[in-house]
Ligand binder design. Structure first.
Ligand code: SF4
Length: 367
């Protein structure tokens, strides 16, 4: 830890550097919580350069939280499926912020400090790297104990009267000078405080993370198809008590509209049939349903590889299921028509292509 005088010098130098050299980003021209929140959620998903046009387009359509809250959910999801929460303004306390979907400690600290000046220090991968070098921290930074101690270091460094600029300065340092490869120590405003620099370890800290083992997940999905080429889509899932199965299905559907789907262990067709028995109305004679396999789709999400076993199920009439909608299968396969994940779209395409080969009524919908 830095002594009092060193701490004051560290804060002064970093803040001075940030105020002089900070990049002019659209979300830095405001302290409107809605805009800060929007930018932080978008930045979780992609790089700064990719976020800028996306952010500007989104704000053109939804300039404030009122416009967003009153827009149809379908439209919001179509423009941006990552935005899960938009019914009221961003809360002012960490506890309430953390209760929102998609908001973890980092995002809560970033929004609360930038929008309201709250005294919360951010800690994400960039900031952790800077801290690991300043204090010459060895070992895997994502180790829970080490991460907690980095959070304590971040809290101790935070300039309490300038938490917004401070957090942005730490992130800016990590993004522009203290980069993963070849940090530019000669330009760094806090180089004299940096232990890694003193020890000649700036390039080798932090330690590389061990690669996480691949997890294979098998899902089975049913594309019900009526003689007019229409199918049944279920609404975005709500939280279920069966968290693990829920998480797996969420991976497939990304909280969007989806076909009836279940995570399977051994026998995709049998387990899917059991699932259909549970979710389809009792009036439907399910024992006669034919599950015709269509080509398997694969999809990788970080360390998970999902194998999607898709079955086409021809029915004389689609059942009525609460909250579900009935739309042409060809619309599910089209790129922008609905709030649908890529994997659901892949399954729809596979079903259409196999239908084209066998020539059933699904293709009638194309005409
Ligand atoms: S001196 Fe180099 S390694 Fe240390 S914080 Fe600055 S840029 Fe990072």
């Amino acid at each position: 830890m830095l002594q009092r005088r060193e701490l004051a010098a560290f804060r002064k130098q970093l803040l001075g550097w940030f105020r002089q050299y900070r990049r002019d980003l659209p979300w830095r021209r405001t302290n409107d919580p809605y805009r800060i929140w929007l930018s932080e959620i978008m930045l979780q998903q992609t790089r700064v350069a990719a976020v800028i046009p996306y952010y500007e387009r989104f704000l053109e359509r939804f300039p404030n939280v009122h416009a967003l809250a009153t827009a149809p959910q379908e439209e919001v999801l179509r423009l941006w499926s990552g935005l899960g929460y938009y019914s009221r303004v961003f809360p002012r306390t960490e506890k309430e912020a953390l209760a929102l979907p998609g908001i973890g400690s980092y995002t809560a600290a970033a929004i609360l400090s930038i929008a309201y000046g709250a005294k919360h220090a951010v800690l994400d991968g960039n900031v952790a790297r800077v801290l690991a070098r300043i204090y010459a921290v060895r070992g895997d930074l994502r180790d829970a104990t080490r991460w907690q101690s980095l959070q304590k270091s971040a809290d101790a460094l935070l300039a309490p009267k300038s938490s917004s600029d401070w957090n942005q300065a730490m992130m800016e340092l990590g993004a522009t000078l203290c980069t993963p490869q070849s940090p530019q120590c000669l330009l760094c405003p806090v180089t004299q405080f940096c232990q890694a620099r003193k020890l000649g370890l700036a390039d080798s800290l932090p330690a590389r993370r061990k690669k996480r083992a691949t997890e294979n997940i098998v899902l089975a999905t049913a594309i019900l198809l009526d003689p007019r080429g229409r199918t049944l889509l279920l609404p975005p899932p709500t939280l279920s008590k069966n968290k693990s199965a829920h998480e797996q299905v969420s991976l497939l559907v990304s909280k969007l509209w989806h076909f009836p789907t279940v995570a399977v262990k051994t026998d995709p067709a049998a387990e899917l049939r059991t699932h259909l028995n549970k979710i389809l109305p009792a009036s439907m004679t399910k024992e006669w349903l034919q599950l015709e396999p269509v080509p398997t789709a694969r999809h990788a999400v970080t360390y998970r590889v999902i194998t999607l076993r898709t079955f086409r199920v021809s029915v004389a009439q689609l059942p009525r299921v609460a909250g579900a909608k009935i739309i042409p299968l060809i619309d599910v396969a089209s790129p922008a028509a609905h709030a649908i994940s890529n994997l659901t779209r892949k399954a729809a395409r596979a079903a259409l292509e196999s239908a084209a080969a066998t020539g059933p009524a699904a293709l009638a919908a194309r005409a």
